[in-house]
Design a protein around this ligand. Structure first.
Ligand code: NAD
Length: 371
């Protein structure tokens, strides 16, 4: 148990009439959660998103006309807006995903990460607390605030071992530190005010609708356009890859049945070195979309490493497996193949992002002495 004064309560299974306020629902994981919640659970969802560069309402086309879906363009840092959103929509639960999420950007511009991830989370928590305090006893008991966080708060592993829910926080990037800070705020709102909170820390996600600044879509789009595929450093950094649809199922499972005041680590049990991952993507592309010029792995190009690049992340997901029965449904090879097929079939989705002027240029090379 992470919190001293909470009881082991759960929503005891899904409630068909549940209304969830999802922050950051126009992003990669948030939109997967919303599609899953509406299409497979029949929940109502209010999507609160300010629509930064990373947002894309095209991710939600399949649910946009559903009577179960509502969109509120609002900033989690805006106290008045958050109060209004809670009073207007009166949700049964919050799933908080809104964040600045790209480590390389946090190296170039850390303050935006502090502002959104820490200050924004505090403003949202406070609005949630005030709303929750005004609910009747049944509403108070049923309510929960679920914070979606990252395994990067734990820092880096060596060649052995796994992150558990007990691992000490040792964040190394400004992004990871801002998420660690937001986890601590959620904990404090649970401890101090009794707000029913739960936190999940997950490993690297991949899958359909991922913004083309993250490794896997970068590799796919660079390969398709015949450009160099960048590998940071020696390519030996290890990540534990989690398919986004598996993650969405895990998150709803924790919301429905997770114990209050707990942390659940969510991982794909799919460790791979970056270079192995990129070679696998190249071989899937060779298979599905062969290039007359030769295997796509000819494009692999080693570039300067990310400053402070954590060597290895890997999650021990025993707790969520044993307590809640969740396990990932796909292997890395299966998930990567589905992802490649999705990007090939959905060129209009990513081409629209590139047409808006998004460039896949390298970010995050600043060192501490630079401004
Ligand atoms: P994303 O960058 O794709 O989406 C973030 C969304 O939050 C965007 O739609 C953006 O418009 C919105 N947002 C940003 N600032 C906001 C603000 N001030 N007010 C309202 N909305 C705002 O991120 P993602 O990859 O979907 O990640 C979602 C969450 O999961 C984040 O909290 C992230 O830290 C966490 N997480 C992600 C991964 C991963 O591999 N992608 C891994 C672990 C944890």
């Amino acid at each position: 148990m992470w919190f001293a004064n909470t009881t082991a309560q759960s929503l005891q299974g899904s409630r068909q009439d549940m209304k969830i306020l999802v922050t950051g629902g126009a992003g990669f994981i948030g939109s997967a959660v919303i599609r899953h919640a509406i299409e497979n659970r029949g929940y109502s969802v209010v999507n609160v998103d300010v629509l930064t560069y990373a947002a894309n309402l095209d991710n939600l086309t399949s649910v946009a006309d559903s009577p179960l879906y509502t969109f509120e363009q609002a900033d989690i840092r805006d106290e008045a807006a958050m109060k209004r959103v809670f009073e207007t929509h009166r949700p049964d639960a919050v799933m908080h995903l809104a964040a600045e999420s790209h480590v390389d950007r946090s190296i170039d511009g850390p303050l935006a990460f502090i502002d959104t991830n820490i200050v924004g989370t505090a403003v949202l928590l406070n609005a949630a607390r005030e709303y929750w305090a005004g609910l009747d006893e049944a509403g108070k008991t049923a309510f929960r605030f679920h914070h979606i966080s990252t395994d990067e708060v734990y820092g880096t592993l060596g060649e052995d071992g796994l992150f558990t829910e007990e691992t000490r926080y040792q964040p190394n990037s400004p992004y990871a530190a801002s998420k660690a800070g937001s986890d601590m705020l959620v904990r404090a709102w649970g401890q101090t005010y009794g707000l029913p909170v739960v936190i999940t820390n997950c490993s690297n996600n991949y899958g359909p609708f991922q913004f083309p600044e993250k490794l896997i879509p970068v590799v796919i789009l660079k390969a398709l356009s015949g450009q160099p595929i960048p590998i940071y450093g020696a390519g030996t950094n290890v990540r534990d890859w989690l398919f986004v649809n598996d993650h969405a199922e895990a998150l709803l499972t924790v919301l429905e049945r997770g114990r209050l005041g707990e942390i659940y680590n969510i991982g794909g049990d799919n460790e791979a070195q970056n270079i192995e991952l990129v070679r696998t993507l190249c071989s899937i592309l060779d298979d599905i979309r062969p290039d007359a010029a030769g295997s796509y792995d000819r494009l692999i190009t080693y570039v300067d490493d990310r400053p402070g690049h954590d060597l290895r992340y890997a999650i021990d997901a025993t707790k969520i497996q044993d307590e809640l029965g969740w396990t990932p449904s796909v292997t890395l090879e299966e998930g990567l193949r589905q992802t490649v097929v999705w990007y090939l079939d959905n060129e209009a989705w990513w081409q629209a992002i590139l047409d808006r002027g998004f460039s896949q240029d390298r970010l995050g090379l600043k060192v501490a002495t630079q401004s």
